[in-house]
Design a protein around this ligand. Structure first.
Ligand SMILES: [Fe+2]
Length: 188
C-alpha cells in the first residue's frame, strides 16, 4: 500500500503526505455517514464489512454551503445530514478479506461491519486537488459572507484560476508584510 500511495502522490501531488490506519471493529458496528478531506484506500484484512459510498459531486447530498462551512469551520461545526432517501444513490460494496474499495476525496460514506470482528487497513493521502478544493471553498465562504453568491468550485475553470491568483497574491502580500500564513493550506 505504501508503494501505491507513493505512486498516486507522484501522479497527483506535490505534497507527500499519506497515513495508514488499522481499524479493529466489533460485529455490527456502524461508522456513521461522513466524508474525509483526503482520498482513502480501504482494504479488508479480516471479516466482512459493507461500505456505502456516495457521489462527492452530488450537491443534493453535499451542498455548496455545507462544503464552505466544513472547510471554514471544520467537521465539528458542519454535521452532514443523512436521510433514508439518499440511500438509493449509494454505491454499495461488500468487502471480504483481500478486497478493498477506493473512497475518493470528500465522497460521503458510511460503513457497517457484518456479524464478525473486522480488521481493515485504511491508507489515506492528500493531493494537490484536496488542497485546492479547501482553498477555494474557504474563499467562496468569504465571498458569501460579503453578500455575494460565489460560482461553485469547478463550475468555471477561469473563475477558479482567478480566485487562486487572488489567494496567492493575498498570501504572498501577508508573507512580505511578515504576517504569515506562509502555507497555502492555511486559513485566510
Ligand atoms: Fe471516513
Amino acid at each position: 500500500m505504501g508503494e501505491l500511495g507513493h505512486w498516486v502522490m507522484r501522479k497527483n501531488s506535490s505534497r507527500r503526505q499519506f497515513e495508514d490506519w488499522i481499524f479493529i471493529t466489533s460485529p455490527q458496528s456502524i461508522s456513521p455517514f461522513q466524508f474525509d478531506p483526503e482520498h482513502n484506500f480501504l482494504l479488508q484484512i479480516r471479516g466482512k464489512k459493507t461500505v456505502h459510498v456516495f457521489d462527492q459531486f452530488d450537491r443534493a447530498i453535499l451542498s455548496e454551503k455545507y462544503l464552505e462551512k466544513y472547510y471554514t469551520e471544520g467537521s465539528a461545526n458542519a454535521k452532514l445530514d443523512y436521510t433514508e432517501e439518499m440511500q438509493k444513490k449509494a454505491m454499495t460494496f461488500d468487502i471480504n478479506p483481500g478486497e478493498g474499495v477506493f473512497v475518493p476525496l470528500t465522497a460521503p460514506h458510511w460503513v457497517k461491519v457484518e456479524d464478525n470482528v473486522s480488521i481493515s487497513l485504511s491508507v489515506t493521502f492528500y493531493c494537490d486537488e484536496a488542497d485546492r478544493k479547501a482553498r477555494l471553498y474557504r474563499f467562496n465562504s468569504r465571498l458569501r459572507r460579503l453578500g455575494m453568491t460565489p460560482t461553485p468550485y469547478r463550475a468555471s475553470a477561469f473563475r477558479d484560476a482567478t480566485k487562486e491568483a487572488v489567494i496567492a497574491t493575498y498570501l504572498k502580500t501577508r508573507q512580505l508584510l511578515g504576517r504569515a500564513p506562509t502555507q497555502t493550506t492555511d486559513r485566510y
